[in-house]
Design a binder for this molecule. Structure first.
Ligand code: PMP
Length: 305
């Protein structure tokens, strides 16, 4: 998605014009992937833009930083306010919000400990991540030949910038093969997640999703889906899944901040089908909840003004 230079970007405490939000070429994170980040969405509501589960996203940012021994030089409250301020300043009714903590200019070499820690927050309009057509009729996915990280090699619990090289290998393989997105197995061969989304299958009226120990990120949309499904009276289980569980599922969908709830219509050229009733119902409730239309989930919204 090409970006347009029309917003302001929060950099280390102040809003700077988009075109001036620059870093030095010797920025540590650019060389070694030593950053952590978040992906958040702001939605339009009757009371103006609201950021979906902002406090929880910022909490995950701090957990990611802790895993990589990065000390964020701001409090969580400051970053929460900064996200709201950046959305407000953009004037956008809805947008994607990207906080990034990176190790800046000052030291080179692998040791990250002496590096300065910088924070930026950018926002931009972002439609359906896997396409409008995919959102309505489902996407075509391929199980990647690239495996998801082992937790003792690169921790899947963190949202570290460098880890996404693995996702990119899978994404490129899928796209070059004519698919929309990649599903990744863990080193043991169980389903972990998609390149940037968690995954669910429906079987006999119940939902199944891989446990976090299978190598999935602790997705905030995943958690929202589990809540919504249980509130609808649908049983949800965490279970180790193998690739054939996906081929033979009644329904499959992936979920994440960018992808929201995206149905899957085909996996490795096996037809799963058009979005089924559970997928459609959860999509519908999620779509209303993020726009402040479901009282029960009002607590998920953090208004920017
Ligand atoms: N897995 C990966 C690898 C991701 O990058 C994301 C997006 N952050 C997700 C799952 C979904 O997480 P969330 O719902 O919190 O956006």
């Amino acid at each position: 998605m090409p970006l347009e230079a029309n917003e302001k970007i929060w950099m280390d405490g102040k809003l700077v014009p988009w075109d001036e939000a620059k870093v030095h070429v010797l920025t540590h994170s650019l060389h070694y992937g030593s950053g952590v980040f978040e992906g958040i969405r702001a939605y339009p509501t009757k009371k103006g833009p609201a950021i979906f589960r902002l406090t929880e996203h910022v909490a995950r940012l701090y957990r990611s930083a802790k895993i990589y021994t990065i000390e964020i030089p701001y409090t969580a409250e400051t970053l929460i306010d900064a996200c709201k301020e950046t959305v407000r300043a953009s004037g956008l009714p809805e947008c994607y919000v990207r906080p990034l903590v990176y190790l800046g200019y000052g030291e080179m070499g692998l040791n990250p400990l002496p590096c300065p820690v910088n924070v930026s927050i950018a926002v931009w309009p972002w439609g359906a991540y896997l396409g409008d057509e995919g959102m309505q009729h489902g996407v075509r996915m391929k199980i990647s030949s690239w495996r998801r990280h082992d937790p003792n090699i690169i921790p899947p619990a963190a949202k570290g910038t460098g880890q996404y090289i693995n996702s990119q290998l899978a994404k490129v393989e899928a796209i070059r093969g004519g698919y929309d997105e990649a599903i990744m197995l863990n080193p043991q061969g169980f389903v972990a997640e998609a390149s940037g989304e968690n995954i669910f299958i429906a079987r006999d009226g119940e939902l199944l999703t891989p446990p976090l120990s299978a190598g999935a990120l602790i997705g905030i949309t995943r958690d929202s889906v589990i809540r919504i499904a249980r509130d609808l009276g649908v049983n949800v289980h965490e279970a180790d899944l193998v690739r054939t569980d996906l081929y033979t599922a009644d329904e499959v969908f992936v979920c994440g901040t960018a992808a929201e709830i995206t149905p899957v219509r085909e996996i490795d050229d096996r037809v799963v089908g058009e979005p089924g009733p559970l997928t459609k119902k959860i999509q519908e409730v999620f779509h209303s909840a993020v726009r402040g239309e479901v009282e029960r989930y009002a607590g998920w919204l953090e208004y920017v003004s």
